[in-house]
Design a protein around this ligand. Sequence first.
Ligand SMILES: [Zn+2]
Length: 392
Amino acid sequence: MFQRRVPLVRLLGFEIRFDLTWLIVVALIVWTLSAGYFPAAYADLPASTYFWMGIVGAAGLFTSIVLHELAHSVVGRRLGMDIHGITLFAFGGAAELSEEPATPRVEFLMAIAGPLMSIALAALFYLLGLALAAAEVAEPMVTVLGYLSAINVLLVVFNLLPAFPLDGGRVLRAALWAWRGDVDWATRIASMVGGAFGLGLMLLGVLAALRGNLLGGVWWLLIGLFIRATAAASYQRLRMHHMLAGISIRRLMRDQPIVIAPAASAAELVEDYLLGRSLKRVPVVEDGRYLGHVGVEEVKALTPQERSQRLVRDIMVPAEPDNIIALEAAAADALAQMQRTGHGRLYVVDGTRLAGVLTLGDLLKYLSVAAELQGNARGPGGMRGHAGSGAG
Ligand SMILES: [Zn+2]
């Protein structure tokens, strides 16, 4: 889902990064606060003061969201979950999991940690505001703190709506899961509620836009769309992992792939491999050992003269943990790795020896056949079209 993530800072061992969509939203929030919200809440201040209030307000909101996600992440890590980091994007933040929680208890504790943190922050900002007001200092800051307290309450209310994948939806799923012991069923119900809720938000957005609140309306419409897509993708992802359970990579990979030697020239690569066999990427192998891969992307950066002079060794992308997977790994792990790294093609290694290549396409082909054999009886209608949406 997140393609252009920029690392920002490391906190408590978690990498905090942001998606470029977040920057647009930060600018929008500063503008809305300094041009609309704060002048309405506290009149007759100079424009520069409103601007600074907007900056401080946006920074406080940003910090609140990071702390909310950190609470999820710290509790998750303590309970043994593997968390890759926190991404901030247009509609808030997300702690990234590479696996589903193992038990309803883990799911519940992890889900509730974020809203509890936001409640604590709301109280903290409220008390700070009271203290500043009593001391009669920095009065514009009292307004900013009031805003931050209110926005944290709003975050709690919104996130606790029982709509998966929001925190409240995760609590709902944990409860259903604990009740019947069937995570598949619990996810399906929670996702359906999430989808319905997303649709409701979209309708509210359209109504608001028709009544003249265009910006707010479009915003709710987008959030509704986002929740619907995420609810469908979360359910689909779970279903995919279940269908891949117990399937080994060995069964789905292509063995004996066409390989190129590191001493080959870039010109040979183009003529004999890329054009000659219609390949986009070729693994680089020497004495059976996997060294890296090379393809259209690397060649495109070269001038015609460089193509005749450079060797594959010089231009290849060297092997790195994100690109390779062990032959003994499970297919579900391969899918999780593709989802996490955005690499749709993994080189399967047996020690250092290249054993084969596994692509997202190979996994999806298997999944579509398996889903067809299962019939659609167990899944809600219309979700099959989203099979790839969890892979971005
Ligand atoms: Zn949360």
